[in-house]
Design a protein around this ligand. Structure first.
Ligand code: ZN
Length: 226
């Protein structure tokens, strides 16, 4: 337990939250979109007709919940409009294959196929910026604690609880320690909703310098001030 609080005779109740056994289902896979279609003049090797072969070029991309995530390879086929013969890139004779290569090299990968990846990068940046701002805010708050400040605490055995500031003195604060612990950070909201009755009815002293150390060590995860 954190900082030998047992020595104050504090008994914690552990709230275990239900954890679903199966993770949420993520739907992902690959899809293709037609990039280009071109009629070529090469003779069909199957029926011998000329000007009947269409090249179809496809862009393959990975999707997550149907949001295009990133581009994969380009694929394609040739199809004779007369005899309907369809050839994959590997099966094309030299003449068709070189027209296919030309079409492939002049068709650019559309940027929208990277939408999901771009979105993810933006989200990560946003999370990092928000987290940095919050860290800076907490660093300010911990230096000048006020009555009713709530400290979100991670205990040494990776449980979570909250302290509420009862009194502030020159070099120290007195906190009420919540009677409950939770095994999930998200459970802290539940603890807050339990109100003042959920705190021990006596206060525990903490040096301000100790609060600062706890914040830097990640034992105080967040500070809430209303
Ligand atoms: Zn043909």
């Amino acid at each position: 337990m954190l900082m030998g609080l047992e020595s104050f005779g504090i008994q914690f109740l552990i709230i275990n939250f239900y954890t679903p056994k199966t993770p949420p289902m993520i739907i992902y896979g690959t899809r293709s979109t037609e990039l280009a279609k071109e009629l070529i003049s090469e003779k069909c090797g199957h029926c011998g007709k000329q000007n009947t072969i269409d090249l179809h070029l496809f862009q393959k991309y990975a999707h997550v919940f149907w949001i295009p995530f990133f581009a994969l390879s380009k694929t394609g086929v040739s199809q004779c409009d007369h005899c309907k013969e369809v050839l994959k890139a590997k099966e094309m004779p030299q003449s068709i294959s070189s027209a296919y290569s030309d079409l492939k090299s002049k068709s650019k990968t559309p940027l929208w196929t990277f939408s999901g990846l771009a979105l993810l990068v933006v989200l990560i940046f946003a999370v990092v910026i928000i987290s940095q701002r919050n860290d800076a805010k907490n660093a300010q708050l911990v230096l000048a604690p006020q009555v009713n400040d709530i400290f979100e605490i991670r205990t040494t055995d990776n449980q979570y609880t909250i302290y509420k500031v009862a009194e502030v003195q020159k070099d120290s604060v007195f906190v009420y320690v919540n009677n409950f612990e939770t095994n999930k950070m998200s459970g802290l909201n539940d603890l807050k909703k339990r109100g003042t009755g959920a705190y021990a009815d006596f206060v525990v002293p903490l040096a301000k310098i100790e609060l600062k150390r706890m914040l830097e060590a990640g034992e105080i995860m967040d500070i809430e001030r209303n």
